[in-house]
Design a protein around this ligand. Structure first.
Ligand SMILES: Nc1ncnc2c1ncn2[C@@H]1O[C@H](COP(=O)(O)OP(=O)(O)OP(=O)(O)O)[C@@H](O)[C@H]1O
Ligand SMILES: Cc1cn([C@H]2C[C@H](O)[C@@H](COP(=O)(O)O)O2)c(=O)[nH]c1=O
Length: 257
């Protein structure tokens, strides 16, 4: 029997806006449903994961198989210790990256076999897959220009690597349209968030009162995580949205990629 919670993942290249959108969606879903919302990420959603994140992003260079196994190990611990227990409590888990990042980066980018990369992660998480995955698609050069901090080991992997990674995400999304929502991440933060709310509510069969997110969401460079942080359990009702929804959505400038 599947767990009573909902599992949502954000995917896409570096700097496309995943953390920003994940944080805003989590906040809104908490208010909408009254459920516990767990906002987390890979790699680094747990204490052990933070150590693995530091090694894989900022440690010495390593061969692609080692890299793939570190991401899979992070994922195994993340799911066993945090994601699955939260879903079993009935929480909504919103993760900034999951298994699809391994297929896109370690297979598309590093050119390992896609089936093998997926298999090790599937084994690691005992086949737990998201209910909905949102792909934020953007030209890698435009996305990289949004990153103001020093680039990490993966971000430095080169234009060809990031082109292949983007293509792999798009191909994976096209192959499973029931799970994926693909959005053009060049839209504004507010327009994207408005579209994501409509799409996620429809996929999860939630009945939202959707406000104009553009008026309520400010551009914010805080992605909800700091590099020493682990998963953030949201308390519903804190923060970014107005107390009273202002009316139904009237559409947004965000388009499907
Ligand atoms: N739609 C947008 N338009 C313009 N800037 C944006 C948009 N979304 C996010 N940003 C800005 O781009 C930067 C990167 O955003 P964010 O951290 O959310 O991306 P990310 O995909 O999580 O990045 P990373 O992969 O590096 O973790 C931040 O400064 C953020 O404010
Ligand atoms: C989960 C996962 C991630 N990666 C890469 C993608 C990014 O370059 C970094 C994570 O950094 P972020 O700021 O948290 O986006 O790691 C990967 O190559 N494989 C994976 O499975």
């Amino acid at each position: 029997m599947s767990a009573p919670g909902y599992f949502i993942s954000f995917e896409g290249g570096d700097g496309v806006g995943k953390s920003t959108q994940a944080r805003l969606l989590g906040q809104w879903l908490g208010e909408l449903t009254g459920r516990e919302v767990v906002l987390t990420r890979e790699p680094g959603g747990t204490e052990l994961g933070k150590e693995l994140r530091a090694a894989v992003l900022h440690g010495q260079d390593m061969d692609p198989r080692t890299e793939a196994l570190i991401y899979a190990a992070d994922r195994a611990h993340h799911v066993a210790s945090l994601v699955r227990p939260a879903l079993e409590r009935g929480a909504i888990v919103v993760t900034d990256r999951y298994l699809d990042s391994s297929v896109a980066y370690q297979s598309g980018g590093r050119e390992l076999g896609a089936d093998e990369v997926e298999l090790i992660s599937r084994w690691a998480v005992q086949d737990l897959m998201p209910d909905v995955t949102i792909l934020l698609d953007l030209d890698p050069a435009a996305a990289a220009a949004r990153i103001r901090r020093q680039h990490d080991r993966l971000e430095r992997a080169g234009a060809e690597f990031h082109r292949r990674t983007r293509e792999a995400f798009l191909a994976r999304a096209a192959a499973d349209p029931e799970r994926w929502i693909v959005l053009d991440a060049s839209a504004t933060i507010g327009d994207l968030q408005a579209q994501i709310r409509v799409d996620v509510a429809a996929r999860l069969e939630l009945t939202p009162v959707v406000e104009e997110a553009e008026d309520t969401v400010a551009a914010d460079s805080d992605d909800g995580f700091d590099d020493t942080d682990s998963a953030i359990g949201y308390t519903p009702g804190v923060g970014l949205l107005p107390e009273t929804p202002t009316g139904p959505a009237t559409g947004s400038g965000a388009t499907r990629a």
